[in-house]
Design a protein around this ligand. Structure first.
Ligand SMILES: [Fe+2]
Length: 424
């Protein structure tokens, strides 16, 4: 029987289809451009290859086409009659995820990965901060992500994809030096892994290596197709560092060319969260942000995420609505927050409403409550600095400057000299 790059037997007798499948899986794992087309080539070569269809469904889901993903995974199920037990379990996982059954999906992933740890496509659903663990909304999810990736470690050796995911989990649990060594090894093996370049960026951010980071990432992005899934978010990282360096010209250039709605080609979740985040962080740093930019991102949030559903999206949408003055859209999130971290979303959303109304004490109290365990809201440490700095702003507006300085030094010491909030 033919096997994939991770030595898993696969039910195709076509060597060409196998080779195309290996390429397509690698493209998905590295965030390369044209992932959907890569899996379409697999099923064109062998239309009866069930796992090829499952991969295509996953590629559609990973690029924001949920409806297509559901249609295609049904096709994979139909073709799974002669599939191996591993392939059947693999298809079942993506069927659950395509149907939005994330809780059952994660249980299925955990069981499947225990039996088949080198099924990287399935393991991949739960390794990064945008995965099933990252978005669980549960306490301790950063440690759980590290535990999950660590459990895979004996099975992957020197694999570039695994190393990049392990490095991310290390970084987000504060093991920055160790993460740095691991990502160096990963990128030495596959320098074009966009997720790896992303992890490298987070490590540099957490280490306070602003100049090194922005230089590395600007250089790396030169050869990365703008249609690829990580382009907009990596551009956000460049914009954020540019802001830290006081280079607002480069910041706006990146935002207006690669991050905001209408120009970015990536996932709506990134377009919304990255735009809302950089606009507010620019405001906090003292930059004037035209109201029109807030209205644009608020309208985008209402269009793509009309109903609350995922904490990470909802609290960024709330920020956009509050700053744009769309009280109806904001009320919808406050009155009906969804998911396990819903109560924290309500706190954050009400805090942004209070900030927009310049009720700094109310906003301070709400943010303080929300940030008792803000990792549950999802996203990276770098992304959650939005909340950290919002709280500092509330303190400064009330004249509590020493308290703000102490808080920054206590919670984000590496960023203490980056002047994230004007007047600090
Ligand atoms: Fe990031």
């Amino acid at each position: 029987m033919l096997t994939d790059r991770y030595d898993n037997p696969i039910s195709t007798s076509s060597t060409k289809a196998r080779d195309l499948y290996v390429t397509a899986v690698d493209k998905l794992l590295e965030g390369a451009p044209h992932i959907v087309e890569a899996f379409e080539a697999v099923v064109a070569e062998d239309p009866d290859f069930a796992l090829g269809h499952a991969g295509l469904a996953r590629a559609q889901q990973a690029t924001g086409n949920a409806t297509k993903a559901r249609e295609i995974i049904s096709k994979a199920r139909e073709l799974a009659g002669n599939a191996t037990e591993r392939e059947t379990g693999h298809i079942n996982v993506f069927d659950l995820l395509a149907s939005g059954k994330t809780k059952d999906g994660f249980t299925a992933v955990a069981d499947h990965v225990t039996a088949h740890p080198r099924d990287a496509m399935v393991a991949q659903t739960s390794t990064s901060i945008f995965g099933l663990i990252g978005f669980s909304g549960l306490p301790g999810r950063e440690a759980e992500m590290l535990a999950f990736t660590s459990s895979l470690r004996p099975h992957y050796g020197d694999d570039w994809w695994f190393l990049s995911q392990y490095a991310f989990a290390l970084c987000e649990t504060g093991q920055v030096d160790k993460a740095s060594a691991v990502i160096d090894r990963s990128m030495a093996i596959n320098p074009r892994n966009a997720h790896g370049a992303h992890v490298r960026s987070h490590i540099d951010y957490e280490a306070g290596e602003t100049l090194t980071g922005v230089s590395y990432l600007n250089n790396w992005l030169k050869d990365y197709d703008r249609s690829a899934v990580m382009h907009g978010h990596l551009s956000w990282h460049v914009a954020l560092w540019s802001l830290q360096m006081g280079d607002t010209e480069q910041m706006w250039q990146r935002v207006d060319a690669d991050v905001k709605p209408g120009v970015a080609l990536g996932m709506p979740i990134n377009i919304l969260s990255d735009t809302a985040s950089i606009l507010y962080r620019a405001e906090l740093a003292g930059e004037t942000v035209p109201k029109e930019k807030w209205r644009e991102v608020s309208a985008y949030a209402s269009k793509f995420f009309p109903n609350p559903g995922l904490s990470f999206i909802d609290y960024h949408a709330a920020l956009a609505h509050a700053m744009a003055g769309d009280s109806d859209a904001l009320s919808k999130i406050i009155s009906n927050p969804k998911g396990p971290a819903g109560e924290l979303v309500r706190d954050a959303a009400e805090a942004f409403a209070a900030i927009a109304g310049q009720d700094w004490l109310k906003a301070e109290r709400l943010l303080t409550h929300c940030m008792s365990d803000d990792a549950r809201l999802g996203g990276s440490r770098a992304q959650r600095d939005l909340l950290e700095f919002s709280l500092l702003e509330c303190l400064l507006k009330q004249g509590k400057t020493e308290e703000a300085r102490r808080l920054l030094t206590l919670r984000r010491p590496v960023l203490a000299d980056t002047h994230p909030v004007q007047g600090l």
